[in-house]
Design a protein around this ligand. Structure first.
Ligand code: ATP
Ligand code: PRP
Length: 207
């Protein structure tokens, strides 16, 4: 049977994901600790890893160029890709929240919401019955209310430090986030034994 390809998110999830795989007894070489390589082969484990931007992981898995991937629940909700979620890996915990300047009300007419998550934000405010204008940004989201670009932001909160240091407060929690193991539906059928083995080994560690 052919090897498994796993799409790993570069950045803050990566280290925790590698640690989890190592605890599950996968022998991952030092390239995982210090390398700029985007494809890492681990022939002795019959695995191949591709290192992608976190938001792109479900895209690689949906297209089947990766059998499996690790992605934040935030990314899953935003991207809505045709993949299955197999496991909650319980790493890289944080949550999505609505925040803004203290003691402010949203504008009555089409309040502006700045976010890296336009789909999540649109759905959230639609469910609340609020008509809003979404402004898509790619980072430093907390800047938007400070300089009058938006009434509110929808963004990730982890320690709460970024909000606090910028004089912002949280108004509502939207959803808790952890990283998930995701799979391509066809791979799941064709490579079921190998995937089940990985899931069993990870489940044993996660508990
Ligand atoms: N404090 C946090 N801020 C952002 N993402 C977090 C945080 N804590 C955990 N995460 C998880 O990490 C993922 C983002 O990782 P990371 O910040 O490395 O990527 P990114 O958003 O593409 O960053 P950048 O665009 O700055 O490179 C999110 O999808 C989320 O699930
Ligand atoms: O609650 P905290 O622990 O402060 O973490 C939350 C912050 O971290 C993330 O930003 P990131 O560092 O990825 O930078 P970015 O603005 O470039 O996305 C997120 O978008 C928040 O700004």
């Amino acid at each position: 049977m052919s090897s498994l390809t796993i799409a790993m998110p570069k950045g803050r999830i990566f280290e925790e994901a590698v640690e989890l795989l190592r605890k599950a007894d996968y022998n991952l070489p030092p390239e995982f600790d210090d390398s700029r390589k985007l494809i890492i082969e681990v022939p002795e484990e019959d695995l191949r890893f591709i290192l992608a931007k976190p938001m792109d992981v479900p895209t690689y898995v949906e297209h089947g160029v990766a059998d499996l991937g690790i992605a934040g629940k935030d990314v899953m909700l935003e991207e809505e890709r045709d993949v299955y979620e197999l496991l909650d890996l319980r790493i890289s915990g944080c949550y999505l929240a609505v925040a803004g300047l203290r003691n402010t009300k949203m504008s009555d007419v089409a309040p502006k919401i700045a976010t890296k998550y336009p789909n999540v934000a649109s759905s959230y405010f639609r469910e609340q019955g609020e008509q809003v204008e979404i402004i898509k940004l790619n980072g430093s989201i907390e800047l938007a209310p400070l300089i009058g670009l938006a009434d509110r932001i929808v963004d990730i909160v982890s320690t709460g430090r970024t909000l606090k240091e910028n004089g912002l407060v949280e108004y509502e929690t939207i959803v808790g986030i952890t990283s998930r193991l995701i799979v391509n539906p066809v791979s799941y059928r064709m490579k079921d034994e190998k995937i089940e083995d990985l899931v069993t080994r990870l489940t044993r560690i996660i508990g």
